[in-house]
Design a protein around this ligand. Structure first.
Ligand SMILES: *Cc1c(COP(=O)(O)O)cnc(C)c1O
Length: 356
C-alpha cells in the first residue's frame, strides 16, 4: 500500500475505515442518529475550543467555504478577502458568485498580513464580512490572525476563517465568527464532511441574509430539534459520521495538547531533515511555518520528483498548486500522518531521489 503523505486527504487509520463499513441506521428516522450528531458537534466544540454552535454538513470542505459566503453575503455586501495564497484568493470567487463585492487584500504568498493595512481597508470601505485562511495548505503557511480578528470584530465585521487544514492539528482562532473545518485533513477521516463553528453574531447575519441556495444554506442547520426525526434538511452522510466519530475519539483520547505537540514536533523534524538536503520552506519566516504541512521550495521539476518518490519508494507527496505548482514539494504531516517514523521515511526517500 502506498504511504499517503499528501496534505489532505490524509491516510485513514483502520478503525476509522472499519467504522465507515458498519451497517447504517436511517438517519431520518432513527433517534440514535441525532444522539450521534449531538456527540459529534459536542466533541468538535472541544477541538474548536468554543461555546459557539457547531454544525456538521454532508459535503467536502469546499461546501463549508461556499456555504459561508452563500449564507452571509447579500448582493452588494462588501467582503474583505484576505489573500496570501490560492484558498484566500478563491474566497473572492465565491463572493462574486453570490453577487457580493469582493475587496481583495493581496499579500505576498510568502508573508503574513499587516494589521494596519486591514485598518486602512476598514476606513476606506463599508465592510460587512471578511474572509481569510488559517493554514494556506498550498504554501505551508500558517497565518496568525488573532490581532486582525480583533480589529475586524471591533468594526462589527463578521469574520470567516478557513481552518480546513489546521483544525485538529493545531489550535485554531477562537474569536472568529465562522471557522470551517473538514473531515479529510487533520482528522484523518475520508473526505465527505465539513464542520463549522458559528457565533451568535454570524447566525444573526445569516438570518438577515436572503436565501439563494438550498444545499449551501447554513440557516437550515441552526439549532436542530434533536428530539424529533428529520432534524436536518437532507439525509445525512451517516457512514461518514461513523468515521468521524471514531476519528474524534482517537484525537480526544490522545488529548489535544499531545496531538498539537506531536504536529509541532514532526513538522520541526521534517524541516530539519529538509535543511540537511538543502531544502528551505516556502514561507519567508519561521513564525509562518505550519505544523500540519511543509512546502519545500525546489529547483528541479516538482511533479517529476513527486513521481519518482512514488515509483521508487511508494510514498505519495504533493506538488504545489496554481502558479507555484512546479516550484514546491509538499509533505503533509497532519493527523494520522503526523508520525515521526513516517516523516523520517518520507524525507529519506526525498533525499534519495534528489541525490540522484
Ligand atoms: C483542503 C482544503 C480545502 C478543501 O478543498 P479541496 O481542494 O476540495 O480539498 C479548503 N481549504 C483549505 C485551506 C484546504 O486545505
Amino acid at each position: 500500500m502506498t504511504t499517503l503523505m499528501t496534505p489532505g486527504p490524509t491516510e485513514v487509520p483502520p478503525d476509522v475505515r472499519e467504522a465507515m463499513g458498519r451497517q447504517i441506521q436511517n438517519p431520518d428516522v432513527d433517534p440514535e442518529f441525532n444522539v450521534l450528531y449531538d456527540e459529534l458537534t459536542g466533541e468538535l466544540a472541544r477541538v474548536y475550543d468554543t461555546d459557539d454552535e457547531v454544525v456538521v454538513l454532508g459535503g467536502e470542505g469546499m461546501l463549508g467555504l461556499e456555504a459561508s459566503v452563500a449564507s452571509l453575503v447579500d448582493p452588494g455586501d462588501e467582503v474583505l478577502c484576505l489573500a496570501n495564497g490560492p484558498f484566500g484568493e478563491g474566497f473572492a470567487d465565491f463572493v462574486e458568485l453570490y453577487d457580493g463585492e469582493p475587496i481583495v487584500y493581496e499579500a505576498s504568498w510568502r508573508a503574513g498580513f499587516d494589521v494596519d493595512v486591514v485598518k486602512d481597508y476598514l476606513e476606506a470601505n463599508d465592510i460587512d464580512v471578511a474572509t481569510m485562511v488559517h493554514c494556506e495548505t498550498p504554501t505551508g503557511l500558517l497565518n496568525d490572525l488573532d490581532e486582525i480578528l480583533d480589529v475586524l470584530s471591533d468594526a462589527g465585521v463578521i469574520t470567516v476563517v478557513d481552518a480546513v487544514s489546521s483544525l485538529g492539528g493545531t489550535p485554531v482562532p477562537t474569536t472568529a465568527d465562522v471557522v470551517i473545518g473538514a473531515s479529510q485533513k487533520c482528522f484523518s477521516a475520508p473526505p465527505g464532511l465539513t464542520t463549522l463553528s458559528i457565533s451568535d453574531e454570524a447566525w444573526a447575519k445569516i438570518e438577515a441574509t436572503g436565501t439563494r441556495s438550498f444545499y449551501a444554506d447554513l440557516e437550515l442547520w441552526h439549532d436542530p430539534d434533536l428530539d424529533e426525526p428529520q432534524a436536518f434538511p437532507y439525509t445525512h452522510l451517516v457512514s461518514n459520521c461513523y468515521g468521524l466519530e471514531v476519528a474524534l475519539e482517537r484525537l480526544l483520547e490522545e488529548g489535544l495538547a499531545s496531538v498539537y505537540h506531536r504536529h509541532e514536533t514532526v513538522a520541526e523534524e521534517c524541516r530539519e531533515m529538509g535543511a540537511e538536503i538543502g531544502l528551505d520552506p516556502y514561507p519567508a519566516e519561521e513564525s509562518l511555518y505550519s505544523p500540519t504541512v511543509t512546502a519545500f521550495e525546489i529547483d528541479s521539476n516538482a511533479s517529476q520528483v513527486v513521481e519518482e518518490v512514488l515509483t521508487e519508494h511508494d510514498i505519495r507527496l504533493a506538488t504545489g498548486l496554481g502558479e507555484i505548482a512546479d516550484d514546491v514539494i509538499r509533505v503533509g504531516h497532519m493527523g494520522y500522518a503526523a508520525d515521526g517514523e513516517r516523516v523520517a521515511e518520507t524525507m529519506d526517500a526525498l533525499a534519495d531521489v534528489l541525490g540522484d
